[in-house]
Write a protein that binds this ligand. Structure first.
Ligand SMILES: [Mn+2]
Length: 360
């Protein structure tokens, strides 16, 4: 009996992690067949690419380049400067700057990966149609809920930290060989770190930490990666953050806060793409606040980022009121109105939204 008990405890604690497999054996053989027939691989991601989008793109580029493919990553518009250090970043094709070239890459590809996006329109109006009509064999790798992208393979797991984590799982499923090296590990690490706010949300699972340990074993410098991303900001970004924080509005009885930044403020502070990334997290860092929004004034539209703590579902909130979406604790929307009207609408909604008003 004692031995049996010991035995079961042993297996309970040391049971190897069995990850859910997404691909069926027939899908795996189809992917293998396509790979044998293919030479050119393209990778495309969402508008305003973040650390996860760029990390997932470059991890795939790194892996398939070592396998002898010609791989080109396309981004719809500028990426933040603080990701320029990433391995292979210098090879990324920016469709906003080189549209014709990007279009050709996406159309000529034998295999096209769409990463960190649930639908083609997430790459913006200019690329959407190309992504929909290309004759390439399309594979989606994503972690957003309800993917609608028209792809031959939809590799979507939503309860993981990031698309980068899913890229690792995808490669693990399609190959029997060890594939992690420092370059791929650096890219995947970046995606996990940036999509979890440096392992502060959406990462309460042992699988993620096991993967992080595997990445570390390749010899990557996690501390250095963190410094490259978070201690590499421009003076203009910090000044813009100061201005934005000064306007923080708090509704303690609703557990809600918000901030906004105007086009004028961005202009006088020499705003560059990516400068406002992470601002929204300050709004959720207050004691007693479970929900925050951050409004950025753009041409003819307002970009809204939402963050929450715990059970408050910002994906649902963004969908219900602002035609947006994302994840439970992080989501975003575009609202086609003035900044003033958008904020007014937000203030009205939070006054009556049931989940915010139960504490009254
Ligand atoms: Mn992501």
């Amino acid at each position: 009996m004692y031995i049996l008990f010991q035995f079961s405890v042993f297996f309970f604690i040391f049971l190897p992690q069995i990850l859910t497999l997404v691909l069926s054996p027939s899908q795996i053989s189809e992917i293998h067949k396509k790979l044998v027939e293919s030479k050119k691989i393209a990778v495309c991601t969402h508008y305003n690419p973040d650390g996860d989008a760029i990390g997932a793109s470059l991890a795939l580029r790194s892996y398939f380049t070592t396998q002898g493919f010609e791989v080109i990553c396309v981004i719809p518009n500028n990426m933040p400067e603080f990701y320029q250090w990433m391995p292979g970043a210098e090879t990324i094709l920016n469709a906003q700057k080189s549209f014709k070239e990007a279009k050709k890459v996406l159309q000529d590809a034998d295999i096209l990966f769409l990463v960190d996006m649930s639908a083609e329109h997430r790459s913006g109006v200019d690329l959407e149609n190309i992504l929909l009509t290309t004759s390439a064999y399309k594979i989606l790798i994503d972690h957003h809920p309800n993917p609608t992208a028209q792809c031959a393979v939809v590799y979507s797991i939503t309860n993981t930290t990031s698309t980068c984590e899913n890229v690792h799982r995808f490669l693990d499923e399609i190959t029997d060989q060890p594939f992690l090296n420092q370059e791929i590990a650096t890219c995947i690490y970046t995606g996990i770190i940036t999509d979890t706010g440096s392992l502060s949300f959406a990462c309460n699972n042992a699988e993620t930490y096991s993967l992080l340990a595997e990445l570390m074993k390749t010899g990557i410098d996690g501390e250095e990666i963190h410094r490259e991303i978070y201690d590499n900001y421009s003076e203009s970004r910090i000044r813009l953050l100061g201005i934005t924080l000064n306007k923080l509005k708090v509704f303690p009885h609703l557990g809600t806060s918000y901030m906004y930044v105007t086009q004028e403020e961005m202009k006088i502070n020499y705003f560059k793409d990516g400068d406002t990334e992470g601002f929204v997290n300050y709004g959720i860092s207050l004691k007693g606040i479970i929900f925050t929004a951050f409004f950025i004034e753009r041409d003819k539209r307002i970009r809204i980022s939402f963050r929450s703590k715990g059970d408050f579902d910002v994906n649902k909130f963004a969908q219900t009121y602002f035609q947006g979406g994302g994840h439970r604790n992080a989501a975003a929307s575009y609202h086609y109105d003035t900044l003033e009207n958008t904020i007014k609408r937000f203030e009205e909604i939070i006054q009556t939204h049931p989940e915010l008003n139960h504490k009254k």
